[in-house]
Design a protein around this ligand. Sequence first.
Ligand SMILES: [Zn+2]
Length: 319
Amino acid sequence: MTETYERGLTRVADGCYAWMLPDGGWGWSNSGLIVDGEQSLIVDTLFDLKLTAEMLDAYAELLGTRDVTYLFNTHANGDHYYGNQLLPTTTEIIASSVAAAEMTQEDVDRIVGYKDLEGPVGDYIRKVFGPFDFSGIVATPPTRTFDQSLTLTVGATDVDLVFVGPAHTPGDAIAHVKDKGVVYAGDALFIGGTPIIWAGPVENWIRACDYLIGLDAEHYVPGHGPVTDAEGVAGVKRYLEFIKHEAEDRYRRGMTAAEAIDDIELGEFAQLGDSERLGQNVINIYTHLDPDHVAPSQPAPFEAMARLEGLPVTTGGEK
Ligand SMILES: [Zn+2]
């Protein structure tokens, strides 16, 4: 089932909304809003201040005189929290304790600095992050954290925050609004685009997909892409199982990660956006398989993706 996928605000269910940024590729993320009575909860901010301000303006129209009671960050990637500083100081910011620990100014400065790197990695990053304006971002981490789960009450609506990591990142968590049949899944779900395994192990992400399907929600709002249903979640699981099988098979046959990346045919998954994430995914699976393999430090994994994208490019890069 494909629901409408347009830029801006969408009503998902009674009191549950999503703000979506097609095409859902690098940095083009979704946010959520839950409103009940005099309270509200926002799920994730966006990648830069301008995008987040535009979204908060639209949310403000819905909220009227209500405050933003809570902000829940699903994980610590910038496209889900770099706009946090625009929330009023009265808003309680919540994330898993693992995600919260990653949300530092040092991390912001490191990611923002990638745009200045030379060579194909820098070219690739300027290509995918070019549309975003990272100026003025002040890391604004949570004021409240949880380890496994936390239930918030928004008006009369219970919202269960549940840790499902490590999967896409070390600190992934989701928000389940059981009474409304809605799950805000963050980047546990990429719909229409290729999931990227920054943390893993991939088995744990596959388990997270099973958990999400087991919640039996009517609507799943992914971190990227259109709102989906359980079938859409099963599609994400299928990709992860495919990539796990393909990478493990080549690892056992003694291929290097680079050889495996070149050798794998994506088949039906080639049509997903950002298919070059295959590079990072294979590297990640190899890292978990080989206890002696040291995970390449960032931004080195972007090199494999830049190569799959046909870079080095000669754009001159600066935007
Ligand atoms: Zn994201």
